[in-house]
Design a protein. Structure first.
Length: 152
């Protein structure tokens, strides 16, 4: 960073050049220095924008992954602590019976051959998630289980 004395000296070089209608060696040096300072400032702005963009992408990816892990952990806790699950393998796939402790209606899910179907059955049997946003309206997207982060 330039000191006030250095800036005054640069201004003096520019004033001398303007008075002489020509470029003196000092003025040429001052112009080169000012051009160099402008180039450095532009480079710093570009680097900062790149860092902000990369940081936002990383935060979005991590937030999405953490939200997915939180949903999986909530399913596991519910299955191990609050629900009964029976599993039966047939020629059509897996038949699951999931019964929650606070719900009397069992959820039957047939032909659950992939993870998404099993997760959907568990989610249907689980009680609805509560919003933990400070305002309660979903304004904070994470770590609220009701309002996971928006995916790009």
């Amino acid at each position: 960073m330039l000191t006030p004395d250095q800036l005054a000296e640069l201004r003096a070089y520019v004033d001398v050049a303007a008075a002489n209608n020509g470029i003196t060696p000092g003025t040429a040096l001052a112009m080169q220095l000012l051009a160099h300072i402008d180039a450095q400032a532009a480079e710093l702005v570009k680097e900062r924008e790149t860092q902000n963009r990369v940081a936002a992408e990383i935060r979005g990816e991590l937030g999405s992954r953490i939200a997915t892990l939180e949903r999986d952990a909530a399913r596991y806790r519910w299955l191990t602590q609050e629900a009964y699950i029976g599993e039966c393998f047939t020629d059509r796939g897996v038949v699951l019976e999931i019964r929650g402790t606070d719900r009397e209606i069992p959820v039957f899910h047939e032909r659950a051959t992939d993870r998404e179907e099993v997760d959907a059955a568990i989610d249907a049997a689980m009680p609805p998630r509560a919003c933990t946003c400070p305002s309660g309206d979903g304004s904070l997207r994470w770590p609220c289980p009701q309002h996971p982060p928006e995916l790009p």
